[in-house]
Design a protein around this ligand. Structure first.
Ligand SMILES: [Zn+2]
Length: 336
């Protein structure tokens, strides 16, 4: 299902108004999470059940059967923060995660759209109350209302598990204009991650299967790292085949092979021999923005929350969401 195909903008705005009336004393904004099709049932004491999970807040059902969870932002974050970062980690790291996840959502609130966010890795993983933890709730409460701002706007917040020693520039990872606070920094704090350094052996047959549409039946004879970007991550590879060479973007090859074979694009060496490609790499995930293992490392060194935020997002500030001029201000005035 494509986003936005089942609820008109007018119906969506009405939904947002109903939500605002239903929870008039809410200290933070609320959001609409598209849970999917199925039956939702209210439970005694508030909340509801859907798809085997219990959720806070209320729900509405669209004419085609999609269930949308209407939930206060912080109650949503109670579920999200422990999914995105282990609750056993230091409080400061969890608080930074809460601020990042809150900012990530607030940039997306838009009453002109049928819903604000998806409950999966496409946005942030959200599975209701079962995933909440005391440490996660404490991190959300301790940072309630705080976001990451840049020049008076919500920062574009990205995060991933371990950068391997250098975070990635957003422009190198996904294209687009360079973003001043997402240019990539040298990160010495994530060395305790089990993925800080990794090795992988990939049989040529696996690469052939993963890249079959490009190889069109040609046999893979070798693979080479063709170019690197500013953080040292692979930009492209050359697949040498029985019918000539084929270039493939590193992101495309990583997606095709999956994390089992390529945990990140940070490849230190690649040796191809005897029908096997042997990789030495570092880090896990796209590497843009917050390095979560790095935040943990800074917390263990007694670093400050603001210091860690400014290290991974240079030039940004932690600020109350009410001080940030953005689409949300418009949302609030429309709801009143
Ligand atoms: Zn790092």
């Amino acid at each position: 299902m494509r986003r936005g195909e089942f609820l008109t903008a007018a119906a969506s705005a009405a939904l947002a108004r109903r939500l605002a009336r239903a929870q008039p004393s809410m200290p933070t904004p609320s959001l609409r999470v598209l849970l999917g099709r199925g039956d939702a049932r209210g439970t005694a004491g508030g909340g509801f059940q859907f798809g085997g999970h219990s959720y806070r807040g209320g729900f509405t059902q669209t004419p085609n059967g999609d269930v949308i969870n209407l939930v206060a932002l912080d109650e949503y974050l109670y579920s999200v923060v422990p999914q995105e970062m282990p609750s056993s980690w230091p409080a400061m790291a969890l608080q930074l995660q809460a601020i990042c996840s809150r900012t990530f959502v607030l940039r997306r609130l838009d009453p002109g759209k049928p819903y604000d966010i998806l409950p999966s890795t496409a946005d942030q993983v959200y599975e209701g109350t079962a995933t909440e933890t005391p440490a996660g709730r404490a991190a959300v409460d301790a940072t309630s209302g705080l976001v990451l701002a840049y020049s008076g706007q919500y920062a574009k917040v990205e995060y991933s598990s371990c950068c391997g020693g250098h975070t990635e520039s957003s422009a190198d990872a996904w294209g687009g204009e360079p973003i001043p606070y997402l240019m990539g920094v040298v990160c010495p704090y994530c060395t305790l991650s089990p993925d800080y350094r990794w090795a992988s052996s990939i049989p040529f047959a696996v690469i052939e299967r993963a890249t079959a549409p490009r190889l069109r039946g040609a046999r893979l004879e070798s693979v080479r790292l063709a170019a690197r970007d500013s953080s040292g991550r692979a930009r492209s590879f050359t697949l040498v085949t029985s019918r000539g060479s084929v270039s493939i973007a590193a992101n495309d090859l990583r997606r095709a092979l999956g994390p089992r074979y390529m945990r990140s694009g940070l490849i230190f060496s690649l040796d191809a021999a005897q029908d096997i490609a042997r990789l030495q790499g570092g880090g896990s995930g796209h590497g843009v923005g917050l390095c979560q293992w790095g935040a943990r490392g800074i917390a263990l060194l007694s670093g400050s929350l603001a210091g860690a935020a400014n290290f991974y997002f240079p030039g940004t500030q932690i600020a109350p969401w009410t001080s940030v001029s953005s689409q949300l201000t418009t949302t609030s005035s429309r709801r009143s």
